[in-house]
Design a protein around this ligand. Structure first.
Ligand code: ARG
Ligand code: ZN
Length: 874
């Protein structure tokens, strides 16, 4: 049954307070919830009370302290109904028995390496007790938890600690109270034998906050970076958004078994340990950046998510899109802004564009869902963040800040909607945002076609811009979007040209505002034909089609004042060649690279005045999946791979001198620091090494093998290993063996070892992946291991997942069927790899469809997997 936004209605009852008594035990944990109810205005006296449950086992039920008569209620695994509640306030006391040890779905209360922990977003609290488990029911929680003192010396829950003591029998207890009303999805508790790093943060108004990062024993030495990122996040939110922390403690717990990245439970964030643990031996620069971003993201939710939450799950982007925007801004301030922007746009294009262009497309704010966990998507998160960024571009920084201030002031304590949010900005900017709001309602990536004309006699320069929003499932017809086009007219000297005036579309400073399907913008007094630099900084999540010549693009690549568009021009050029190359390879021909492009690339990459991180990004040509998406249909991944390889070999060959110079300039004795500057230098050196290796020259491979052995940090080690394995170098197997010999006991490093092998574009990879499922370090019970091996095979190895014989599809389908029984959320995520199946050439398309049908035929089939497979096949 689908849930619909249009059907929203508040609950009949409210829950002002909840008292939980949780008795943790190896076998049979007992949860006693005393839930206070009040009848909402408009609810008739005696109206039945229906509570959500999921796989629950009710032990006892009492109303206002007296056991309930059997005919006064009904209880099943997924529902509790109190038939005739009192008219006035009343309290239900419900005891449920849970078995966290067998909870393989990792939703509700479960165990991870012996630690009891919870995950309640989106609908996990109903797996702990019967409840009104929806985000618009806000309650004040008091939690008493009790456990064996040896098994769980650490007892944590939301809010502030109020009491702790002995409970007899080797047991102890702790009581936590969270003064801030919250929805059930923000509830959390953790109990276990954990080590902690403590620190302190003093807020802008002088509140002393005790900070703790809890990890398994032996890992405390790896939490320093996360703690530092947390303190920087707390300070930044005060400075950038005026947001202060509001409890006496803030705790972070890292667990090894976690379905997603992390969770913003009030005052007790629970993390996938991949986003907490780091030292140079096991973490790459990308891991450090990920930790910084996710620590910040979860912390920022304290205001955008917790103090102001969502009215219903359709409003998920209200907290997620906004919080991603905030964490992106934080990382931009901590690191290089243009480099962060390029990285974010690459992620958007590789994750969100294919979603928006395929069978799973949905609006940033969906209007219907069958399983909400399937809507924690790149569209809700990343496109949601782009929409906020466009809003800021349109109304300007100052109005944006006023709108945010108003939002915090007006909606603190509310469960709000996108309409509430936008109203604050409409008021702050004194602007009608109704048309802009279409970004929340219409799915699909718009295309903007641009034509230009320079009239030398009239000294006018004319741009004609046409937007099309493609049809998506359930949305055949679309209205035009409000699209901010940040632009510059680049003159022959490389600087932006002046103009004497502009007419046509509305232009605000350096932003053209498109509102109609077609606009003509005329710039007056333009001395010569400029090269247009459009969508600077990727000012809108669209596909521009400007049709610039190779020489214009090479010019922008060299001279554009906007770093993003320098990179974009290079990417566009590379994409043109990659697409042509894929067509050529399909016909049995040879892909060719444009020498002028490669030479321009060489100049930029060799320019020591430029940020190494930026130069490294320039060297990274669009990936195979990007090329397949550009091709659109009849895709043969082998032809795409051939084209991709050919371009990289051409770059590696022609740029050998400059790439070798970069490698030679590396200072192997330089101390490691996980900062942006160091990461940028490593990225450049490793990109150079990888391109040289792509040529297959023995000397380049030898040098890589030496770099692998000598590496003093995981970034360089993994980069060298990946290049060797993916190039099928003779040194690859020895390097893999050395790696697992040294890091076999470190799960997060094992993930890298699994992923390197799973993503190798080699005919034997599938057999190896299948064999690795039996490796002692692998387990289908652990989401990180499963994603590292099977997830990366399915999403990052286009030629082997989409093997012509269908064996790659079949393998992944078998894994999905197997995981469907133990962890449907992870199963559904892996299944998403099939979403572009219709764009394959006919033979692969048929094989993919057969695999999908085999998944669809499984019984029983979880709602998570059924929802994705049905939409994928529709
Ligand atoms: N709110 C979390 C975050 O954005 C994600 C939790 C999603 N969990 C889930 N089971 N769908 O960091
Ligand atoms: Zn989030």
């Amino acid at each position: 049954p689908a849930v619909r936004l249009a059907d929203y209605a508040p609950t009949a009852y409210a829950i002002p307070t909840v008292a939980l008594d949780v008795r943790l035990a190896e076998t049979g944990t007992l949860v006693t919830a005393t839930i206070a109810f009040t009848r909402r205005d408009g609810t008739p006296a005696g109206a039945e009370l229906v509570l959500d449950g999921d796989e629950l086992d009710l032990v006892s039920a009492a109303l206002d302290g007296a056991p309930l008569a059997p005919d006064a209620f009904t209880a099943s695994a997924d529902r509790f109904v109190l038939k005739a509640p009192p008219a006035g306030p009343f309290a239900l006391t419900l005891t449920t028995r849970l078995d966290p040890a067998t909870n393989t779905k990792l939703m509700g209360l479960y165990r991870s390496s012996g630690t009891w922990c919870t995950q309640c977003e989106a609908e996990g609290f109903r797996r702990i007790t019967y409840f009104l488990d929806r985000p618009d029911v806000l309650s004040v929680y008091t939690v008493r938890m009790e456990a064996d003192r040896t098994a769980a010396p650490v007892l944590l829950a939301n809010g502030n600690p109020v009491e702790a003591g002995d409970a007899g029998d080797g047991r102890h207890f702790a009581v936590w109270h969270d003064p801030w009303p919250k929805p059930a999805y923000l509830f959390a508790l953790v109990a276990g034998d954990l080590a902690v790093l403590k620190d302190e943060f003093v807020t802008c108004s002088g509140r002393r906050v005790e900070l703790g990062v809890y990890v398994e024993h032996g890992n405390v030495a790896r939490v320093g970076y996360a703690m530092d990122a947390l303190k920087r996040s707390m300070r930044w939110d005060e400075e950038a958004f005026g947001r202060e922390y509001d409890l006496d403690v803030f705790n972070v717990v890292a667990v090894g078994d976690f379905n997603m990245g992390a969770m913003e439970n009030k005052g007790l964030n629970i993390f996938n340990d991949k986003y907490v643990l780091a030292d140079p031996d096991v973490a790459t620069d990308a891991d450090y950046a990920g930790i910084e971003a996710v620590i910040a993201h979860e912390y920022f939710h304290n205001w955008t998510g917790n103090r102001i939450t969502c009215r219903d799950w359709f409003q998920l982007c209200l907290k997620e899109g906004l919080t991603v925007f905030r964490d992106q801004e934080f990382s931009s301030d901590m690191r290089s802004r243009p480099v962060k922007r390029i990285a974010d746009v690459r992620t958007l294009r590789s994750h969100q564009f294919p979603e928006d262009g395929g069978p799973l497309a949905h609006p940033v704010r969906p209007e219907t869902y069958k399983e909400i966990n399937n809507f924690y998507t790149a569209t809700v998160y990343e496109k949601g963040a782009e929409v906020i960024r466009m809003l800021k571009t349109l109304i300007g920084d100052e109005a944006f800040r006023r709108g945010m201030d108003l939002y915090f002031e007006r909606h603190d304590g509310d469960a709000a909607t996108i309409e509430d949010f936008l109203a604050c900005f409409a008021e702050a900017a004194d602007e009608d945002l109704d048309a802009f709001a279409r970004w929340y309602r219409q799915a699909g990536t718009p295309t903007v076609d641009v034509a230009e004309h320079y009239d030398a006699a009239a000294r006018t320069y004319t741009l004609t811009l046409r937007q099309t929003v493609p049809p998506t499932p359930g949305q055949p017809d679309k209205l035009p979007h409000v699209i901010p086009v940040r632009f510059g007219l680049v003159g022959p000297n490389g600087g932006d040209m002046a103009h004497a005036g502009v007419s046509g579309a509305e232009v605000r400073g350096d932003v053209i505002v498109l509102t109609q399907p077609r606009h003509t913008v005329v710039f007056e007094g333009v001395a010569e034909r400029p090269v247009p630099s459009l969508f600077r900084g990727f000012s809108a999540p669209v596909k521009p089609n400007v049709g610039l010549s190779l020489s214009d693009l090479t010019f922008l690549m060299r001279h554009d004042g906007d770093a993003f568009n320098r990179w974009q021009a290079s990417s566009t050029l590379a994409m043109t060649m990659l697409v042509a190359g894929a067509h050529a390879a399909r016909r049995g021909g040879v892909p060719r690279a444009d020498a002028a492009y490669v030479d321009a690339l060489g100049e930029i990459v060799g320019d020591d005045r430029l940020d190494p991180a930026f130069r490294a990004l320039m060297l990274a040509v669009p990936g195979e999946n990007d090329v397949a998406r550009e091709l659109g249909d009849d895709v043969d991944p082998d032809a795409v791979a051939a084209s991709h390889r050919a371009l990289r070999v051409a770059i590696g060959t022609r740029l050998k001198p400059v790439l070798s110079t970069i490698l030679a300039a590396e200072d192997p004795a330089a101390p490691f620091a996980p900062d942006a500057a160091g990461a940028g230098r490593r990225a450049l050196v490793n990109a150079a090494g990888d391109l040289l290796a792509a040529t297959g020259e023995a000397a380049a491979l030898d040098r890589l093998a030496a770099r692998f052995s000598a590496a003093t940090n995981m970034t360089d080690r993994l980069a060298a290993l990946t290049s060797l394995v993916h190039r099928d170098a003779p040194q690859a197997d020895a390097a893999l063996a050395a790696f697992v010999e040294r890091f076999g006991g470190v799960p997060l490093a094992v993930d890298k070892w699994l992923a390197v092998q799973a993503t190798a574009p080699l005919g034997r990879t599938l057999d190896r992946v299948a064999a690795l499922t039996a490796h002692p370090a692998f387990s289908f019970r652990n989401p990180n291991r499963t994603r590292a091996l099977v997830g990366s095979f399915a999403t990052l190895n286009p030629t082997q997942f989409a093997r012509r014989d269908g064996a790659g599809f079949d393998f992944v389908a078998d894994v999905v069927r197997r995981l469907d029984d133990s962890n449907p959320q992870v199963a559904a995520r892996i299944l998403v790899a099939f979403r572009s199946w219709r764009s394959y050439e006919p033979e692969r398309r048929a094989r993919a469809e057969a695999a999908l049908r085999r998944i669809a035929a499984k019984r029983p089939l979880s709602r998570d997997v059924a929802d994705i497979v049905e939409r994928t096949l529709a």
